[in-house]
Design a binder for this molecule. Structure first.
Ligand SMILES: [Zn+2]
Length: 124
């Protein structure tokens, strides 16, 4: 077998897709504050779904894992072009640099920490 990576993806990435869609459903609860990030997880779900389908194709046609590189290259270009929509996630607060907690990373479009958000609402 010359496609162990594709086989792994074809066998397991269905659950990765479910995980991304589950995250998308959780984001729905956070309403407008997670609007951009909800779109982003939808995009990411599309990427995961495309990778999953592509890996199945590679396995079915008994192609080499190197064919996955085509997907990686295309996905990298598309993600780069759409980076604002696909990857709005930041790990640190954009105004003070403090590490954000996982909830803020996943659900807070503003990418600011709690104290910075409080400051902003006071100023507004
Ligand atoms: Zn901050």
């Amino acid at each position: 077998m010359n496609n162990p990576i594709s086989t792994f993806i074809a066998d397991n990435f269905f659950w990765a897709l479910v995980a991304v869609l589950a995250l998308n459903l959780f984001q729905r609860k956070h309403g407008v504050r997670a609007k951009k990030k909800r779109m982003a997880t939808l995009f990411l779900a599309l990427f995961v779904f495309a990778l999953y389908s592509y890996a199945i194709l590679v396995v079915q046609l008994k192609l080499h894992d190197l064919f996955l590189l085509i997907y990686v290259a295309v996905a990298a270009v598309v993600m780069y072009l759409l980076r604002k929509s696909v990857l709005p996630f930041r790990f640190n607060c954009i105004s003070c640099g403090k590490r954000l907690d996982p909830k803020e990373i996943a659900f807070e479009d503003s990418n600011t920490c709690e104290s910075c958000r409080e400051k902003q609402t006071e100023e507004a």
